[in-house]
Design a protein. Sequence first.
Length: 497
Amino acid sequence: MTDVKAPVRAAAENKVVGSRVWLIRILIVGAIVGLIAAIFNLETKAGVGVAIILLMLVLIFCKIPVGVALSVPGMIGLYSLYGTPALENILRKVPFTTVASWEYSVIPMFIFMGLLLWHSGITGAVYDVAKRGLGWMPGGLGIGTNLAGAGLAATSGSTIGILYAIGRIAMPEMLRAGYDKRLASGTILMAGLIGQVIPPSIFLVIYAGIAQVPVGPQLIAGIGPGILMAIVFALTILIIALVRPSWTGGAKRQDRGAVVAQSEPAAAATPSSSWKEIIPLVLLIVVVVGGIYQGLFTATEAGAAGALGALIIVILRHRNPKKITREVKDSAIETIAATGGIFFLLIGSLILARVLAVSGLGVAFSDWVTAADLSRWGFLVIIIIVYLILGMFMDSLSILILTVPLLMPLVLGYGISPLWFGVFVVILAEMAMVTPPVGVLAFIFHDLTKSKEVNTGVDIKLGDVFSGIGLFMPAVLVVCGVLIAFPEVSTFLTDRM
């Protein structure tokens, strides 16, 4: 029998939902107006600084582009504190001086290099080598996936690029091999996490520019911690495979045999052919990283050499002029778009940082930490907690841009190496990329798994992705603890450059 009241109930429910949406909108608008009013009316500069930060967070919550959310509160705050001349001065100088910075000239080269390698298809060969070399171990397919991510990280500074490359190749193979969807998701996300620690790293370059430290040594400082992360993640997968064999395809089922039997493309390749394919990539890593370490290249020159090497790899792999032209064109367009987005964020962040500096908020924060009389361990543990909280609302680049200018005076005061601290906060910022409720990488990966080619018919929910991340979060904290206890993991190579 037809329920004649159903349309009435549906209309009532829609009305309630609509009322809630309007209430939320009114509250958000009220918060924005109230914070702007506070910026113009608060008597203390530190109070104005706090209001600026709160306004920025509200705008980010409203999904306003981060560059706008950083710059607009800064401009409003500067106008309220010093008037029109100061605002005109900063708008005239900051955009050019930020983009024209020599430290940041390496960014488009590293991005272009990574995109060329991704479009060339060499990522599949890297994954195949790692998988076949470790397939005999419990959880070997997962460990191979993790190490393939570390290998790709050494040629691409893009976490999202590595996530896409590894996710499309590894997720279907791990699911077909009987891996639990949570473990498979966490393994792939952690493989991408290494991408901003092992050089070349866009985030380390940006940190070097903000902290005013040499780019080359800062990149080299990420090698030891990046290798440490890969080892700790591999051990985590091995322990899970031993404790829960069913999560990696069963106690008696070897990953290598299972995957080769079910994956025709993998079966068609031989280990020797895969190794031959990645030799140019290994040589490129040696040239880029070794050139920086030996002082043969500046970071920018290394980026240019890497981009040229990647272009040569594309030419050697395809030898089809039309295909080469298309891949170079696509890589160039994506590089321009990505570089423009990063520079827009940096311009907004520098405007905000200048205003926070003149507001005295940084000095007030430093005084608070000094008064708390925290030890070095205590100070760094506080930073870990703060970054985990900020990661629930902001993306990692925004966190770095906001916090590094405030923290650098304290870092120097504690006698902490700025190069070591750069690696430490980049790891924390990358954790922010996967922590809920924002977790940008988690949402990107979940969207990727909606493809039938990736999920192989397995229903993967967002909760499964976050559960997989939870399996590896203790491992990240262990890495942070080791770095605090043994800073030489990061500084050993830089001290010998």
